[in-house]
Design a protein around this ligand. Structure first.
Ligand code: M6R
Length: 608
């Protein structure tokens, strides 16, 4: 989604802004812009529709040695992607970049009759509003921003500069992240710490309701009510290598192949193989309280939702007297659902910034329910607002399609479930097999990826012209099938949907014809025979089926069988999901589409 960068210091601001915006490209955007000010406050505003390369073309003819400026990548919400709608927006002497949505922009606009609006954006309304307080000199820049924000309903992360003060940037946040990087005689701002890497490791993460006045060697933070805030300077944990492709052609392939290592990071210090137990420090729930837990609500969007769904199957397998409900955040936030006593909510998010998930977290907290984050991005809003949490520690996930986060989210939630089961006194004989498999998973993931890569690439090329795909599975393979379908549709644009095998004859079976191919996930186990019968039902209708299985003697006459090792039993669906990830990747490469930045999507969805 949109990205913000800013610079004030002694180096070339245009250079910093462009390289910072490139770092934020992965978030998804459709236009970009920067403004810099010279020492007299003379602005150079450059904006372009499309990729940052288009902005760089304009920059080539407008190079400046200005040392202050702000920049933005825009993901359109109000108004189409165009140069006029791109940020920064100007009103009088000020320029503004903004992430988020100003919900009452229409109402505010009615009163801003002096401003000649050039765009269709809510952001220009905010710029005009700030300027209405600033233009007569009654308010300083920061106080004009504060006055304006007091009238705003909605979400924002903003950065503002004024031609009258070419040595300061004002930033503020409510619901959209903002980080201030502290350098030597230079201060940088960004909506995502990755834009600061290589420049500084020291950062202040602004909280909701805070505003800051930033110069090259000072940062003053206060609340909108003018109370001073003594902001904490924190270390940025990510490093540069983690956000580079490291020899891979695409971030997506890098992130798929990283899973053995990223899962090891999730497990580090949390698994005791000898005892067959797990230990999670983060949630911080006393054992007596863990024993009381009767109900879990798992909240997430997209892949995080699928991870929650899959984890719920496992948790219910080994934890007695517990119900687990996994919900889609955008639905749940408006459901007015009652959460029974002795519940805990798991808030699942890779980015830790997803607007709907964050809204659910706040709603759930209002009911007094304990919230536990299953989050990747350290210091993100969700990570900071939950009562306790378990970081999945998979490192930055750059590709829009989520892969390594999924695997680790599932296992982190399973470990949370095991923690409850241990506290409830479930026999080690029941829990140990799960713990043992968890410890074996990184190696099994490594082997599966290495063994399957070539075969999956070849199969993906063969099926590349189909426009429709159906993913099928039962039990734990069903949420896994859902995740497989999401991966394929979001990057290769193949119309892919998932069904529980048992649902086939309740409708979807009618779809089977030569325009469709099917990918069935068929693990060993109690329900194998039933899944095999379902496969037969599809074959009887001339389906074009690929089966992914760990059953050695799988001999039904499907078009292709992708065999994975049977050494992992409970978590075999996680290995099957690797095949789905590779299949989506190679299909997209074969189609020649943008693997890491699929059309219309953003990495972190910070608007509703
Ligand atoms: O950052 P989050 O985990 O909260 O993101 C949730 C979804 O937006 C995300 O998983 C999305 O569905 C991915 N593009 C799927 O690959």
């Amino acid at each position: 989604m949109c990205g913000i960068v800013g610079y004030v210091g002694n180096k070339n601001a245009q250079d910093f802004l462009i390289s910072g915006l490139k770092r934020l490209e992965y978030r998804g955007y459709d236009s970009a812009g920067i403004v810099t000010l010279d020492v007299k406050g003379e602005p150079t505003l450059l904006r372009a529709k499309g990729k940052i390369a288009n902005l760089e073309e304009k920059l080539a003819a407008n190079k400046r040695d200005d040392t202050i400026g702000i920049g933005h990548t825009r993901w359109a919400t109000h108004g189409e992607p165009s140069e006029e709608n791109a940020h920064p927006h100007r009103a009088g002497e000020i320029f503004l970049v903004h992430n988020g949505i100003i919900e009452n922009y229409k109402e505010l606009k009615e009163h801003l009759t002096e401003h000649d609006f050039k765009s269709q954006t809510d952001t220009e309304v905010l710029a005009a509003l700030i300027n209405s307080f600033y233009k007569d000199g009654k308010y300083s820049l920061i106080n004009a921003v504060v006055q304006a924000l007091k009238l705003v309903k909605g979400t924002y992360g903003i950065a503002v500069v004024s031609c009258k003060k070419p040595d300061e940037i004002v930033v503020a946040r409510s619901g959209s992240p903002l980080v201030i990087g502290i350098g030597h005689d230079e201060t940088m701002i960004a909506s995502d710490a990755s834009a600061l890497l290589g420049h500084t490791k020291q950062a202040i993460y602004l909280n909701d309701g805070e505003v800051a006045l930033v110069t090259s060697n000072s940062v003053e933070v206060k609340t909108l009510n003018a109370e001073p805030v003594s902001a904490k300077v924190e270390e940025i944990e990510t490093n540069l290598a983690a956000i580079q492709k490291g020899g891979y052609e695409h971030f997506l392939l890098k992130e798929i192949m990283e899973q053995p290592e990223s899962l090891k990071e999730t497990l580090r210090g949390r698994v005791n193989l000898e005892e067959g137990t797990v230990r999670l420090g983060g949630p911080g729930i006393p054992e007596a309280e863990l024993r009381q837990i009767k109900h879990l609500v798992i909240v997430g969007c997209g892949t995080a939702y699928h991870a929650g769904l899959l984890a719920s199957y496992y948790i219910e397998q080994f934890t007695p007297e517990i119900t687990v409900e996994t919900v889609i955040a955008s639905e749940y936030r408006y459901r007015n659902a009652y959460i029974p006593e002795n519940s805990v909510a798991l808030i699942v998010s890779q980015s830790g910034e997803t607007a709907d998930t964050l809204a659910c977290l706040r709603e759930i907290k209002k009911q007094g329910v304990k919230t536990i984050g299953i989050v990747n991005a350290i210091g993100s809003t969700i990570a900071r607002e939950v009562d306790g949490g378990t970081y999945v520690h998979v490192g930055p996930e750059i590709s829009v399609a989520s892969t390594k986060a999924f695997t680790s989210q599932v296992i982190a939630m399973v470990m949370f479930g095991l923690t409850i089961a241990q506290a409830k006194g479930v026999k080690p004989a029941i829990l140990k097999p799960y713990v043992k498999e968890i410890a074996k998973l990184p190696e099994a993931i490594h082997d599966t990826l290495e063994n399957a890569k070539g075969e999956v690439e070849e199969i993906a090329k063969k099926y590349v012209d189909y426009e429709h795909a159906i993913y099928l599975g039962r039990d734990t393979a069903y949420p896994t099938a859902m995740e497989g379908a999401l991966k394929l549709k979001e990057i290769s644009y193949v119309d892919a949907n998932a069904y529980a095998f048992g649902e086939l004859k309740h409708g979807p079976l009618a779809l089977i014809d030569d325009r469709f191919f099917e990918i069935a996930l068929v693990p060993k186990g109690e329900l194998y025979e039933k899944a095999a019968s379902n496969v037969q039902e599809v074959l009887a209708r001339n389906g074009h089926m690929i089966v992914v299985t760990n059953v050695e003697q799988f001999d039904l006459p499907v078009e292709r069988v992708i065999r994975i090792s049977d050494e992992i039993e409970h978590f075999a669906p996680l290995l099957m999901n690797l095949i789905s990830q590779l299949f989506a990747y190679y299909t997209t490469v074969a189609k020649g589409y943008n693997v890491d930045q699929p059309r219309n999507l953003a990495k972190s969805v910070t608007v509703e």
